[in-house]
Design a protein around this ligand. Structure first.
Ligand SMILES: [Fe+2]
Length: 1056
């Protein structure tokens, strides 16, 4: 196990959502009309409900029994039955959510026999409930009672549940997790997991047994149809304005991205801007754009698709914590202070304001929030999370002597209580500290970062005076209280650290010389946050318009030539050259010419103007979108073993470069630039700007488009066309958990006009249009299946095995194979032949709707010359089990493995500006430019770094990105990962198939751990950097994870 994944403050043990039945105690709640529940009696959970017993001795339990007896009488009367022609059944209703305060149950139930369709008379559910405390402090509840059902209801197959409105007519609702019926000989569970609202009328819930349409017991066929019809809505109702409790699934274009005065074109249903559909929210349009929700209101979602209480609370808390941390980071940056703690907050704020005012009004120096000062300034975002801040600094960027004048790194003097490199704290003996300071830079490199929150802040003297812990005879209590208070005020506690500072990203932690190395650049291409873009180079770059030529790369090819290596790869040999192509980003240049768009409008109100004054950059508005390509070489040692992947040439272009909008740019050659200390900074900047393209492409395409966005229509079609009884529905539902909710949140604050993406990425207001253009040009479902994806990119040999150490592919293929094996086994339980698949009417409608509505633009506008086969892999209906397995596994892979690989490494790779800047603010220098001269002539060290930082994200942008990606990289406590059972399966054989898959996932954890421990796997274990970098194992496809930012764990679905 990766121990760092369990570090304090970064993750917490994930508590699995417990069913009410698993709670340890219960209390009886009486529900009053229009009132909150009142606890009446607490009993140990598990006390069986006694139908007519005298076991409960309290008045309350006597009332309960009396009411139950009354209900039995009622039920018997309602049925007109006698005990002779009726059977007594017990029923239980469970809920994992707290009771609402809308009074009693007022639930009406009818039981339907599966085969005959005979319905029981309607019976009332009593207004009593057992409250079931849950681990998160909330309560679930259960209700239970007894009924007499006609004898000819032998096999209950469905239950109709109706919620009555409150007496004044107001809408009422209950969340029900499951309903159970038990008689002497059998037990029937009806999975519900739904909000039952009085607006819904009668809702049907089927027993957990899965049935294809053709196998559905006769008594339930009509209910199956009725249920789907309700979800589909009618031609009229699906376009109606949505009420909160509506549960209609329909499609809408992305016509809600505009915000106020910031107008963005709608995405979807045009040839120029095709896009997948989202769930229809129907707030009404002004012109052709959907109006925003009223202030304070969230965008509508069906109740059953909303985050659970726990997830919603965690998401909101995480969001608020991120905002606070970002704010403190900005304050500290403005004040230029490195220590962040409550005790320094007010002075920092004051100093920051004064510095900013002086800089902006008097123009005596550059405003502190315009740029980071140097690399150290960037890394200071994480300082207090480490006991050894300077151990995070890259020593190789600070050589003692270099060819450039002024290159000598300023050597810090050791204070009495702090070493120069920060690797000791006040508890370290002084003589040891002096010894440590005397080590050369090189000797200091292997020193590991100390305890995460072990650093002392302030001096021992200050601490002693405050805590009395140095005084003889000080009481333990005083010592504890005093120390704790002191630690809190000085920021030396995990909670304050989490609030005031960002955790060290793992890409930097204990590997100060890794992030800026060429080897790390290459390693991230196959094991980083965006490992799904790299391709084998099987043709010379000029054939696809690139300016990269032999002379740019030959110095790094260990005696080979590009021409030979490309020929060998083209002939089927092992590729040694790879490339990453982000030329598609140049599409933004034409968009900007056609439609100059703003990111911000002028702030209104005094607060908006004030924030604009302090946070707005003096060069605001400048964001330069580059396009780029990189060629990478797979290095080998003397024995011919692969030892790492390095970039050998980077080609960059931007809109303002001389000449017409180019199809090629300037080439930055590693061998030519990095050999000379005066030009090494150019190579470093070229890599950083290329990584900004990588970061943009990752966020807009690999992450948002290829998972969040494309999956939503599959889910809408599933709800509309495939019954909850269908085995495919039960199999796939976990793979869509929370997806429409997180996508709704994204539309509200990330991808909307003026949202986080526009403000923090170079693509700015064109970002979403870019994702639309790439969707129209490149997205094919057929090649989203991982094996096909790898094959298309030339990353695997004829047997489908990766050519090189490619952790994303190797681990991903294991997940893929386990998924397909499980799906095959599961689906064949229900589909006995390919004809069964071909004749499945619900499946047919689902697939047709996905193709013609949810993803209809690509074919409708003729964007796929290869037709359906190119886009979907085959034409027409799904006609075999094998085809169905492929389709469903592709969807499941995108929602689970692919998403996990590109999502949960975001914080640890992309929060760090120097590793993956989201924003580029100036064009990349080219030879002859003034900017080239300025950079190459600057002294190595802080001055050169200061110039580099003028190209990259400013502190406010960096803090915003760090807070956002931290939130997005967090596993919730109720996350469902692939090593957990699918809760929607009931059929025994289906559960066995699922259990086998779980076992596969557990074995995969061990396999991945072993791969990560194998030193031959250069992309997981070590870099060609000697022993100076701690290995960064590939953990992103380890199936399980605790809650928190763990850089591991594969949830079933896109849920964050
Ligand atoms: Fe995500």
């Amino acid at each position: 196990m990766d121990l760092r994944s369990l570090r304090a403050g970064d993750s917490v043990s994930k508590r699995k959502t417990q069913s009410a039945a698993s709670s340890s105690s219960g209390s009886l709640m009486r529900l009053r009309k229009n009132n909150t529940p009142t606890p009446l009696l607490t009993t140990p959970h598990g006390t069986p409900y006694q139908l007519s017993s005298q076991n409960h001795v309290t008045a309350e339990s006597a009332k309960l029994n009396e009411r139950t007896r009354n209900m039995r009488v009622y039920a018997a009367k309602a049925q007109g039955a006698s005990s002779a022609d009726s059977v007594e059944w017990k029923w239980h209703i469970h809920s994992t959510l707290p009771l609402l305060g809308d009074s009693g149950a007022r639930l009406k139930l009818i039981v339907i026999d599966a085969n005959s369709g005979i319905k029981s008379p309607e019976f009332d559910v009593d207004d009593w409930a057992w409250s079931l405390p849950r681990d998160d402090g909330s309560n679930g509840w259960k209700r239970e009672g007894a009924i007499l059902l006609p004898k000819n209801i032998k096999s209950p197959g469905a239950v109709l549940i109706r919620k009555e409105p409150v007496e004044n007519g107001d809408s009422a609702r209950d969340y029900i997790t499951s309903f159970e019926l038990i008689c002497a000989t059998s037990k029937h569970t009806f999975p519900v997991s739904s909000w039952i609202c009085s607006d819904h009328g009668e809702r049907v819930f089927f027993s957990g047994t899965a049935y294809l349409l053709k196998d559905t017991p006769a008594g339930m066929k009509s209910e199956r149809d009725i249920d789907l019809e309700a979800l589909r809505g009618t031609y009229g109702s699906r376009d109606d304005k949505r009420k909160e409790t509506d549960r209609i699934y329909w499609y809408q274009t992305y016509n809600d991205l505009s915000t106020g005065a910031l107008i963005r074109p709608n995405l979807g249903h045009t040839k120029d801007l095709p896009y997948p559909r989202r769930i229809a929210t129907n707030r009404g349009n002004v012109e052709d754009r959907e109006v925003p929700p009223p202030p304070g209101e969230e965008i509508w979602l069906p109740l059953d698709d909303r985050f659970g209480n726990e997830k919603a609370q965690e998401f909101n808390a995480g969001s608020q914590l991120g905002v606070a941390t970002a704010a403190f980071t900005v304050i500290a940056e403005a004040a230029d202070v490195k220590d962040r703690a409550p005790i320094t907050l007010l002075p920092s704020l004051t100093i920051g304001i004064i510095r900013t005012i002086i800089a902006k009004i008097l123009r005596l120096f550059s405003p502190p929030l315009d740029y980071f000062e140097d690399f150290e300034d960037v890394i200071a975002m994480y300082k207090k999370a480490s006991s050894s801040f300077e151990a995070l600094l890259p020593t190789k960027l600070y050589p003692e002597v270099t060819a450039n004048p002024g290159a000598t790194r300023k050597v810090r003097k050791a204070s009495s209580f702090r070493s120069a490199d920060g690797t000791w704290d006040f508890e370290l003996k002084k003589k040891d500290a002096v010894q440590l300071d005397n080590l050369t830079t090189e000797e200091r490199v292997p020193i590991q970062v100390g305890p995460l929150y072990g650093s002392a802040t302030g001096t021992p003297a200050g601490r002693s005076a405050f805590t009395e812990d140095s005084k003889p005879g000080a009481s333990g209590k005083k010592e504890r209280v005093g120390s704790k208070l002191w630690d809190f005020l000085t920021g030396n506690t995990p909670s304050v650290n989490n609030l005031f500072n960002f955790n060290i990203p793992r890409v930097l932690d204990s590997r100060p010389n890794a992030w800026h190395s060429d080897e790390e650049f290459g390693r991230q291409a196959v094991a980083g946050y965006n490992p799904c873009v790299i391709k084998a180079l099987t043709e010379l770059p000029e054939t696809f318009g690139s300016a990269i030529r032999e002379e740019h790369v030959i110095g790094d090819l260990q005696g080979d030539t590009m021409k030979d290596l490309v020929s060998e790869a083209k002939a089927g040999g092992k590729p040694r050259l790879y490339y990453i192509d982000y030329w598609d980003l140049s599409a933004i240049w034409a968009l900007a010419d056609k439609d100059p768009a703003k990111i911000d409008v002028k702030p209104t109100g005094w607060l908006g103007k004030l924030l604009q004054f302090f946070l707005g950059r003096t060069d605001e508005g400048q964001a330069v979108q580059h396009a780029g390509r990189a060629i990478l070489y797979l290095k080998k040692d003397a024995e011919g073993n692969d030892v790492g992947l390095i970039p050998v040439a980077i080609e960059l272009a931007h809109k303002e470069q001389p000449g017409p909008a180019p199809s090629f740019g300037h080439v930055y050659s590693r061998s030519q630039l990095s050999a000379d200390p005066s030009t090494e900074a150019v190579w470093r900047l070229a890599k950083m700007i290329f990584k900004s393209l990588d970061s943009s492409f990752h966020q807009l395409i690999s992450h948002w488009l290829r998972t969040h966005c494309v999956l939503e229509p599959f889910y809408i079609a599933l709800r509309r066309q495939i019954s909850a009884m269908h085995p495919v529905y039960k199999l796939m539902l976990p793979h869509f958990r929370y997806t429409v909710n997180i996508n709704r949140n994204a539309r509200a604050s990330l991808i909307n006009a003026g949202g986080v993406i526009e403000k923090t990425f170079s693509a700015g207001p064109y970002a979403m249009r870019l994702s639309s253009i790439v969707y129209g040009k490149d997205w094919n479902f057929a090649t989203e299946a991982l094996p096909e994806d790898l094959k298309t990119r030339g990353m695997v040999d004829a047997n489908g095995k990766p050519w090189l150490d490619y952790p994303y592919a190797t681990d991903g293929l294991d997940v893929w194979n386990a998924l397909t094996s499980y799906f095959d086994k599961y689906l064949r339980l229900y589909y006995k032949s390919d004809e069964d698949v071909e004749n499945d009417a619900e499946l047919k409608e689902w697939w047709s709707e996905v193709k013609t509505v949810g993803h209809g633009d690509l074919m409708e506008f003729g964007l796929r010359p290869g037709g359906e086969e190119q886009l979907w892999g085959f034409e027409g209906n799904i006609t075999s089990v094998q085809q169905l397995v492929r389709v469903l596994a592709t969807i499941a892979w995108l929602g689970s493995g692919h998403h996990a690989a590109v999502n949960f490494g975001q914080y640890d790779y992309t929060s760090f500006v120097l590793n993956a800047p989201s924003l580029v603010r100036k064009p990349m220098p080219a030879p002859g430019d003034k900017s080239w001269e300025k950079l190459t002539r600057a002294p190595v060290g802080e001055k050169q770094e200061a110039i580099i930082m003028t190209y990259l994200s400013d502190p406010f942008t960096a803090a915003t990105v760090a807070a956002t990606v931290k939130l997005l990289s967090t596993h919730a406590r109720d996350e469902q990962t692939l090593d957990e059972m699918n809760p929607h399966l009931v059929d025994p054989d289906a559960c066995v198939a699922n259990q086998d898959f779980i076992e596969d996932m557990k074995r995969l954890e061990q396999t991945i751990e072993m791969r990560n421990a194998d030193s031959k796997n250069w992309a997981r274990f070590r870099l060609a950097l000697g022993d100076t970098a701690r290995p960064l194992p590939y953990t992103l496809l380890l199936p399980g994870s605790p809650a928190g930012v763990t850089m591991r764990g594969v949830p079933y679905s896109v849920s964050i």
